[in-house]
Design a binder for this molecule. Structure first.
Ligand code: ATP
Length: 358
């Protein structure tokens, strides 16, 4: 049996570091407010240096916040050392003991707790079964593949029955194919065990595939928190829209509006839009158009000129210009469709429900 999974709360958390070049203080994490539900898989995602590892390390207790409070369940944990926190971390570098075999690596944390030998044996064998390493107990870790080493690291974290598992880019040392299969496995194990997981990555597809919730960070600030679908379909900024997937940004003006619906003027073209409660008539707005949400036709919302038309098998890749803006379009299953050539005039078409206004 594993320990009860717990939720995590970060309240107004900031971490100040000194920039080694300028000697000036800066906020590596700036007033982060994050709620992580028990049993959920949450990913901290963002470009290099945005503060995701620092956030994870503060949850683990390897760094302490300069402002704010971290809660594990109902307990404030700022003052607790890492080994008192009921969390376990899986590192990018695995951090296995090279002079121990698989069994002893996994058993280590239990021996530290002075657990009975028989209980240790039962727990280690159970966990090795969970990560599909049964039979490998006697192997030294340098006789294992990268994927197997990562499983040992995962087993070692799980065996102490923490309430929260923390992952610091655990798959970045693996090749692309193995990353994909390991991430599915991590997700399966996490769901089977029902443990809360916080996972750091800069790989958006990893975040999408794994997460119940994604926390996007930018320059130390939490930019958006939401499910993969919320983040993808309803990004709250150009930064988020651009970071997750590809996006075209078309600037324009809300020409008229009736409740949540209205008409946007983009380059003289009239475009029906929805979900525009927060915009006033005449205000500037940006239409976020995903390449796969648009198609080309002989009529449609935005007149355009074809710059690039490229057959890619499963889709036709277009670049078109709307005024002076280049718009990328990914038209799937092009076999049955009219193909436009470079220089053609055409129209970009899309459903109002498939675009998002910022
Ligand atoms: P990456 O994906 O590259 O690991 P990250 O989002 O995890 O990036 P952090 O490691 O959290 O980023 O670092 C955030 C910022 O804080 C960066 O600008 C980094 O250089 C800086 N930083 C991290 N640790 C320290 C430290 N001990 N002293 C000073 N600055 C630090």
């Amino acid at each position: 049996m594993l320990a009860e999974s717990k939720g995590i709360r970060l309240e107004h958390i900031s971490k100040i570091y000194q920039d080694p070049k300028t000697g000036k203080d800066f906020k590596a994490v700036d007033d982060a407010n994050i709620v992580i539900e028990p049993g959920s898989f949450v990913t901290l995602l963002g470009p290099s240096g945005c503060g995701k590892t620092t956030t994870l390390r503060m949850i683990a207790g390897f760094e302490s916040p300069d402002e704010g409070e971290i809660y594990l369940g109902d307990q404030a944990i700022n003052e607790l050392t890492p080994n008192k926190r009921d969390t376990a971390m899986v590192f990018q570098s695995y951090a296995l003991f090279p002079h121990y075999n698989v069994y002893d690596n996994v058993a280590y944390g239990l021996k530290l707790r002075k657990m009975d030998k028989e209980d240790i044996h039962k727990k280690v064998m159970n966990i090795l079964d969970l990560v599909e390493l049964t039979g490998m107990e006697g192997r030294m870790t340098n006789q294992l593949s990268g994927g197997q080493q990562q499983r040992v690291a995962l087993a070692r974290a799980l065996v102490v029955e923490p309430s929260v598992l923390l992952f610091d880019e655990p798959l970045s040392n693996l090749d692309a194919k193995l990353r994909v299969s390991m991430r599915t496995e991590i997700r399966n194990i996490q769901q089977r065990v029902g443990i809360t997981a916080v996972y750091v990555t800069h790989d958006q597809s990893e975040a999408m595939a794994l997460s119940d919730q994604i926390i996007i960070m930018n320059k130390g600030v939490v930019a958006q928190i939401g499910s993969p679908q919320q983040i993808y379909y309803h990004p709250n900024s150009e930064f988020v829209a651009d970071f997750i997937g590809e996006a075209n940004f078309l600037k324009g003006r809300i020409e008229s509006k009736n409740g949540s619906q209205g008409v946007m003027d983009i380059n003289g073209c009239k475009v029906d839009v929805i979900d525009i409660e927060k915009f006033g008539e005449g205000s500037e707005a940006t239409l976020v158009l995903r390449p796969e949400a648009a198609t080309l036709g002989d009529s449609g919302q935005l007149e355009c000129k074809v710059l690039l038309s490229c057959f890619m098998g499963s889709y036709q890749n277009y670049h078109v210009t709307v005024g002076n803006i280049v718009v990328k379009i990914t038209e799937f299953n092009p076999k049955q469709k009219k193909i436009y050539q470079v220089g053609d005039t055409a129209y970009v078409r899309f459903e109002a429900s498939d675009v998002h206004v910022l």
